[in-house]
Ligand binder design. Structure first.
Ligand SMILES: [Zn+2]
Length: 67
């Protein structure tokens, strides 16, 4: 019999895009210099909320028969 368990999880994590700085350096279009802008991933807060949703399914494993 297969067993299926659904789960959801929310967690608060440090933004890896800006390393909690809240802003990132971006190269300008002509590539000559860098400008500092608000991190688009965390919108400047330095933190992101991670939402995980999924399921775990467990079923019996049938051992292959030896010939
Ligand atoms: Zn960020």
């Amino acid at each position: 019999m297969e067993k299926r368990t659904e789960f959801t999880r929310d967690s608060l994590e440090v933004c890896r895009n800006c390393k909690a700085e809240g802003s990132v350096y971006r190269r300008t279009e002509d590539g000559s210099s860098h400008i500092r802008e608000i991190c688009p991933v965390c919108c400047g807060s330095g933190l992101v909320r991670k939402h995980i949703e999924g399921f775990v399914s467990i079923e019996p494993h049938r051992k292959p028969r030896k010939p």
